[in-house]
Design a protein around this ligand. Structure first.
Ligand SMILES: *[C@@H]1O[C@H](CO)[C@@H](O)[C@H](O)[C@H]1NC(C)=O
Ligand SMILES: *[C@@H]1O[C@H](CO)[C@@H](O)[C@H](O)[C@H]1NC(C)=O
Ligand SMILES: *[C@@H]1O[C@H](CO)[C@@H](O)[C@H](O)[C@H]1NC(C)=O
Ligand SMILES: *[C@@H]1O[C@H](CO)[C@@H](O)[C@H](O)[C@H]1NC(C)=O
Ligand SMILES: *[C@@H]1O[C@H](CO)[C@@H](O)[C@H](O)[C@H]1NC(C)=O
Ligand SMILES: *[C@@H]1O[C@H](CO)[C@@H](O)[C@H](O)[C@H]1NC(C)=O
Ligand SMILES: *[C@@H]1O[C@H](CO)[C@@H](O)[C@H](O)[C@H]1NC(C)=O
Length: 537
């Protein structure tokens, strides 16, 4: 095994590694972590974490920091961590303890289950030293109360007038969704009055301070659709970083409205998640039109599809493999998320084939997997390596090209973004006497490589690419051979650009020494490090 440090400078990347904008996030690839479940401290008993018990298992900011190689080895360039603020710590509720971090007790304090302020800063520093971004999950719609009569004096906002009075959400009534309380009478989530100027200014200065103190690069916003228009632009403006919001639900008009009205930079792509399950889940409707239909709506509805957060799993949804056990089903859907418009997001454990159902079964501890280099992890590493290469390609503009549908039929579809043709199928693992003819804009005889299998394909006289599934329904990601030069994929050379100490220094950058697995030790300036690709061949 040889290790390379590929550090390809490009003007677009010469920027500080924190307070990142939407444009800087566009080319990133995100790994989502529930802090309590990612890694144990040394010496802890690895057998004592049952998701059904809904209690703390022992992960911290330090244990994540100590185990970042696993994430970076898969090629991710950003990590989204579960909320960092102080949570409810009283007697167990009907739904267990606040191990997940979403039950806010005091915004102004850090969650002492996960570490100290210095630990969080150290995590942020370590990510930046690796050229990676830190995304923090923030909960500002609500706090958690152990009863229906909260003692507001214990929260950051202490006046009852700073909360909406209790009411039950009438789903479908937007005002009600935004003013009434999430949770239930077992675990009520009092709703902050985000129209109150003292709440708006309080949350704005709170987030500004937190982003600055911990050098946070982006925010994932919980329950974003439960706050009315006008709040997010002020809040995210104060934060000064990329904001991606949770707008739960498959309604594309509702989702798109948050971006169209400039409420948020981006939203998590629930509409496409729904379409991907329609198209690829086995058993399922196997309806590829659901994807083409959603993509067609992108054009008129989303202001900027390239910023959407594409995912297959998260802390609120069943694992993909819980409803679709054929691994090829997940791989094909995953390739779509990496090779179409949007920022790919992988929820920890997806690469380990976790199969839990919805909350709490989808918050499995990662450590029993032994962080193995699974087939899924290797596929993710290849997809990230390729996407990072496309992003870094100094002269191309892959990120800003719109994905096109080339072909669709009952067995799947072929899409094209920039020069990359992805042929996806829903037939699953068993070999099938099925083929797909994809009409590409390439001229006859163009040699193409599938970066996932490194198999060669040749474009037919008619621009047609013929794909067969006699070995099973593997996804294919094809580019003309010539475009793979310097990608490090399928036998092509890796361009190794070593920055010597000080070469890119720009005053405020701390010099760091970074040791690679292969023993290569390099120094570079973090202030100018946009993206560090660790390419392992
Ligand atoms: C929607 O909910 C709000 C707040 O609860 C309520 O005042 C209003 O009457 C509801 N509208 C309809 C049409 O039910
Ligand atoms: C497949 O999806 C399309 C587009 O969303 C929809 O119009 C059609 O009814 C779906 N077909 C089935 C069988 O569900
Ligand atoms: C789905 O999740 C539940 C709860 O975690 C589990 O009992 C069940 O076996 C899972 N289903 C599959 C197909 O893995
Ligand atoms: C995972 O396995 C692949 C294939 O053997 C190898 O190329 C890669 O380096 C491995 N990754 C890690 C992190 O060990
Ligand atoms: C890299 O950029 C060049 C110039 O725009 C372009 O021709 C080439 O296709 C790009 N490579 C890839 C793999 O996108
Ligand atoms: C595969 O399908 C084609 C066309 O439907 C048919 O001619 C051929 O005999 C099939 N091959 C096998 C091995 O079933
Ligand atoms: C050429 O492509 C067209 C679609 O663009 C298709 O209808 C036709 O059958 C193809 N011809 C051959 C010889 O493959």
């Amino acid at each position: 095994m040889r290790s390379f440090l590929s550090l390809i400078p490009s003007l677009a990347l010469l920027q500080s590694a924190f307070a990142a904008t939407a444009e800087q996030w566009r080319g990133r690839s995100i790994y989502q972590v529930i802090i309590d479940r990612y890694a144990l401290p040394e010496g802890a008993d690895p057998t004592q974490c049952n998701p059904g018990a809904q209690t703390w298992c022992g992960g911290t900011w330090n244990t994540l920091r100590a185990n970042l190689d696993y994430i970076q080895d898969m090629g991710f360039t950003a990590v989204w961590i579960s909320p960092v603020n102080q949570n409810y710590g009283g007697p167990r509720t009907q739904y267990g303890d606040a191990y997940h971090g979403y039950w806010i007790a005091d915004h102004s304090q850090l969650n002492d289950h996960f570490g100290t302020a210095n630990d969080l800063k150290a995590l942020s520093d370590e990510l930046h030293a690796r050229g990676m971004y830190l995304m923090v999950d923030v909960v500002v719609n609500d706090v958690m109360a152990p009863s229906m009569t909260p003692d507001y004096s214990t929260y950051m906002f202490k006046d009852p007038s700073q909360y909406h009075p209790y009411c039950v959400i009438d789903w479908g009534n937007t005002t009600s969704e935004q003013h009434c309380w999430l949770g239930d009478t077992n675990v009520p989530l009092p709703d902050l009055n985000t129209e109150d100027p003292t709440v708006i200014s309080g949350l704005s200065s709170w987030v500004k301070d937190m982003v600055t103190t911990y050098a946070i690069d982006g925010l994932r916003i919980d329950a974003a659709k439960h706050i009315g228009p006008g709040f997010w632009p002020v809040f995210c403006g104060a934060a000064g970083v990329f904001c991606i919001g949770e707008v739960f639900g498959s309604d594309i008009d509702e989702a798109a409205s948050y971006q169209a009205s400039n409420e948020l930079d981006s939203i998590l792509n629930y509409p496409m998640y729904t379409a991907l399950t329609d198209a690829f889940a086995i058993p399922g409707t196997l309806n590829s039109s659901s994807i083409t239909d959603t993509l067609a709506q992108y054009k008129t509805k989303f202001k900027d599809p390239g910023l959407l957060g594409n995912f297959l799993e998260n802390q609120d949804l069943p694992r993909w493999a819980n409803f679709s056990t054929d691994p090829q089903s997940m791989y094909n859907a995953m390739v779509f998320n990496f090779m179409s418009d949007g920022i790919p997001i992988v929820y920890y454990g997806q690469e380990q084939g976790f199969t839990g159902n919805a909350d709490p079964w989808n918050r499995e501890p990662l450590w029993p997997s032994k962080y193995e280099n699974t087939t899924a992890a290797q596929m993710i590493a290849t997809l990230n390596q390729f996407r990072n290469f496309l992003v870094l390609n100094a002269t191309g503009d892959w990120l800003h090209s719109d994905v096109q549908v080339l072909t669709t039929d009952e067995h799947g579809l072929a899409i094209m973004k920039g020069e990359v043709v992805s042929v996806l199928t829903n037939i699953g693992s068993p070999p099938a006497n099925v083929s797909m003819a994809v009409y590409t804009p390439y001229t006859g005889s163009t040699p193409m490589t599938d970066i996932l299998s490194c198999r060669q394909y040749v474009i037919g006289s008619n621009g047609t690419l013929s794909v067969e599934y006699t070995l099973g329904g593997q996804a294919k990601v094809l580019v003309p051979d010539s475009y793979l030069t310097n990608s490090g994929l399928c036998g092509s050379e890796v361009e190794v650009v070593q920055q010597t100490k000080g070469q890119l220094a720009s005053g405020n950058g701390a010099e760091r020494t970074y040791a690679m697995a292969g023993g290569l030790v390099l120094s570079f300036s973090i202030s100018v490090l946009g993206l560090l690709g660790s390419i392992v061949m």
